[in-house]
Design a binder for this molecule. Structure first.
Ligand code: HDE
Length: 700
């Protein structure tokens, strides 16, 4: 059972009395008994870290102050280039546990033994924004997993969306340049809602399937813990005889999927730009370790040939209804890095990192990535020795003849650093254990071509749209309306509407309505006829609800005189469900309960809008509610919780606050009067996550 953090968890002893003035009036913080002595990077003890070396108290300063020079020099060089994409990210350590041997399909060591535990590091990210951008951008999320296997590092550098915008890696700089801030004005940051992105997209029909995903709720996940991950490309598994099975990799969150509303996302970005970081940090610190199952879609060449699309085309999926994704292991994240920079910033993922038994397909996007990721590490980490950093180093024995270069931590030992050598020094090849590529027969004319089998750009876009519930379809329509509404060039909006008509007429009509377009353009002409593909319910978030409210967070707004017994009951019920509770009060100092106890709050109401919670409660006597009626943040707290379709529990005294916020206490089944014994009803309703019926009325 996760232990929710309490406001009193903060350290109570702070060394705040240790800054003293020296004889000359200068400040010092001296080492106390048992504390390490401050040194330079060269190890020299430092006597004074508060003042530059000067002639007299008022200067001038002296150049010989090597401590000052070293300190500033190091500070000036603290930054390394941020990732050109996926710059904003957050990582955690954990492990992967194999369920059963997959020796039948692969000789990869990680899949040989049931119960095998492999250390892992995962970095989640957004794509478009820079390092300091906000978490709730409408964007693809990176889901990059490094598995430190006994036969070398395996990096599964995936996303939370199983397809991509483009089919050939040569288009990657173009799609990224189009979504990044426009270069003349340097905005907008971390947003696809601008002309250049939609200009590129509307000229690139192959992106239509991905566009459906990015405009869906998948692109605004509630947290990293509630999203799926995908390897995207078709890979190969190779068994001991080098026989090949195609494979698609999927990560499925144990807590189920969940997303926020776009109106919430915009508000979360203001209230807590680190919402996703904080969520992962808090969950892991509380011992509520997030978990995903690795599921495989396995198929052979004959099965691949039976599809109307090409399994090498990264804009296509194989619906799980046609080919189930079979669980083969679980990934658990149970430890935050001790230092963000050391691990999360310096981790270097590379698609080319595959162990023996896993191999690439000819997907031209994957092949291009295999080139790009090594390049980028040299740029960012500045040395071919980036694998010497602990986060990037393998955890299995390794040996080769590479030497020197910037920051070499371990050079090969001995006299001969080449092979063959007759000194008997150094490692040797092993044809049995070593990596072998699949012996595919390749013939063809050297040319820059796109295969005909990649030509269908609309059928799966349509399938995705048709696989969504009515609520989710409305979100896609609204998202496209929002994004295209931010485009200043009307021709770009119209070009997109033409594509949308080819995907689905009701989709196009809905978006046109939101854009105020009355005359729709002709539908875009597809290169090949659009096929009617059966919907895939696995693609809908709402069709696959979580089993419980575990891992979610309830914000309880209290005021002086709140019912202590009711809060205790609520707390117990939510804890039993595996959910967290955070207290919000008029001030962070907290509120005094009915039994006279002063309970500290996690947040003051102005710092904790209800968008930060999955459900809310209002616990207060009438006087407290009446006082809060005069506070705009309290009114917004209630109104937003309602229009964002959240379950609202309230004590009888809170009714004036509901009324002042324009919310009827009996508006619908999501309004729960909290009296003793009602906590279980509240929790049961919370499992539904949202009362979607409200959304039409709210017009979000
Ligand atoms: Fe990446 N991508 N990518 N990408 N990608 C990078 O590598 C690239 C693509 C993905 O948390 C870069 O270390 C090319 C698809 C993730 O550190 C760079 C192409 C998918 C991360 C790069 C793609 C991804 C990256 C930038 C088109 C999903 C973050 C910094 C062929 C399957 C990893 C870096 C982390 C990062 C290149 C397309 C996922 C430049 C050329 C498709 C999760 O090397």
């Amino acid at each position: 059972m996760p232990k929710p953090p309490t406001p009193t968890d903060a350290p109570s002893t702070l060394h705040d009395l240790t800054v003293q003035r020296g004889a000359g009036g200068e400040l010092h913080q001296r080492a106390e008994a048992g504390q390490p002595v401050l040194t330079t990077a060269q190890g020299g003890p430092v006597a004074d870290d508060q003042n530059q070396l000067k002639v007299g108290a008022r200067g001038p300063v002296l150049m010989e102050d090597f401590h000052f020079r070293e300190k500033l020099f190091h500070f000036d060089h603290e930054r390394i280039p941020e990732r050109v994409v996926h710059a904003r990210g957050y990582g955690a350590h954990g492990y992967f546990e194999t369920y059963e041997s997959l020796a039948q399909y692969t000789r990869a060591d990680i899949f040989q033994r049931a119960g095998e535990v492999t250390p892992a590091f995962v970095r989640f990210s957004t794509v478009a924004g820079s390092k300091g951008s906000f978490d709730l951008a409408r964007d693809v999320r990176g889901f990059a997993v490094k598995l430190y296997t006994q036969e070398g590092n395996w990096d599964l550098v995936g996303n939370n969306i199983p397809v991509f915008f483009i089919q050939d890696a040569i288009k990657f700089p173009d799609v990224i340049h189009s979504v990044k801030p426009e270069p003349d004005r340097a905005f907008p940051q971390a947003q696809s809602a601008h002309d250049t992105f939609w200009d590129f997209i509307s000229l690139t029909p192959e992106s239509m399937h991905m566009v459906m995903w990015v405009m869906s709720d998948r692109a605004i996940p509630r947290s990293f813990r509630f999203m799926e991950g995908f390897g995207v490309h078709t890979f190969r598994l190779l068994d001991a005889q080098d026989r090949s099975t195609f494979v698609k990799f999927h990560w499925k969150p144990k807590l189920g999927m969940q997303s926020v509303l776009w109106n919430e996302a915009m508000k979360i970005n203001g209230a807590d730009p680190d919402f996703h970081r904080r969520d992962l940090w808090n969950a892991i610190q509380a011992g509520d370790f997030p978990e995903w199952e690795l599921c495989l879609q396995l198929f052979d060449q004959d099965f691949a040939d039976s599809f109307d699309f090409d399994v090498l085309d990264p804009t296509k999926i194989i619906p799980e209804e046609i080919l189930p994704a079979v669980p083969v292991g679980r990934l658990v994240l149970d430890r935050m890095p001790e230092n963000f920079f050391v691990d999360t910033e310096q981790v270097a993922f590379m698609t080319q990192n595959v162990p023996p038994g896993i191999d690439f397909s000819d997907d031209p996007l994957l092949q291009g990535r295999n080139f790009s990721y090594l390049d980028t590490q040299l740029k960012r980490l500045g040395s071919p020795n980036f694998t010497h950093l602990p986060i990037n180093a393998p955890k299995c024995p390794f040996a080769n003849f590479q030497q020197d270069g910037h920051m070499a931590m371990h050079n090969p030992k001995g006299r001969a650093i080449y092979q063959p050598n007759s000194f008997g020094i150094g490692p040797r090849e092993d044809p049995e254990r070593g990596f072998r590529s699949y012996g595919a027969q390749e013939v063809g004319t050297k040319a820059r071509l796109r295969p005909e089998s990649f030509a269908d750009h609309y059928s799966q876009a349509r399938m995705f749209f048709h696989s969504q519930t009515a609520v989710e379809q409305r979100h896609i329509v609204n998202a496209l309306g929002f994004e295209l509404g931010k485009c200043e060039v009307p021709a770009i909006r119209l070009r997109m509407l033409a594509h949308l008509r080819t995907i689905d007429e009701t989709l196009a009509a809905g978006v046109a309505d939101r854009l105020g377009v009355t005359e729709l353009p002709e539908p875009a002409t597809p290169a090949v006829p659009v096929r009617e593909v059966a919907p895939s319910p696995a693609l809908s978030i709402l069709e696959n609800p979580p089993a419980s409210f575990a891992g979610r967070k309830v914000g309880v707004l209290v005021a002086n005189g709140f019912d202590a017994a009711l809060l205790a009951e609520l707390n117990a019920a939510l804890q039993a469900e595996g959910a967290m509770v955070e207290l919000i009060a008029p001030t962070v100092g907290g509120a005094t309960s009915s039994d006279g106890t002063k309970v500290p709050a996690h947040h003051a109401v102005e710092g904790a809008p209800s968008v930060l919670f999955d459900a809310v409660c209002l616990l207060m006597p009438q006087a407290g509610a009446e006082a809060l009626c005069r506070e705009v943040p309290a009114l917004d707290f209630v109104k937003d919780a309602f229009v964002h379709c959240k379950v609202i529990g309230f004590s009888e005294g809170a009714v004036p606050l509901l009324t002042a916020a324009g919310v009827l206490p009996d508006a619908d089944e999501g309004m729960v009067g909290l009296r003793e014994g009602a906590s279980d009803t509240f929790v049961a309703l919370c499992r539904r996550l949202r009362i979607w019926g409200r959304e039409l009325g709210a017009g979000l």
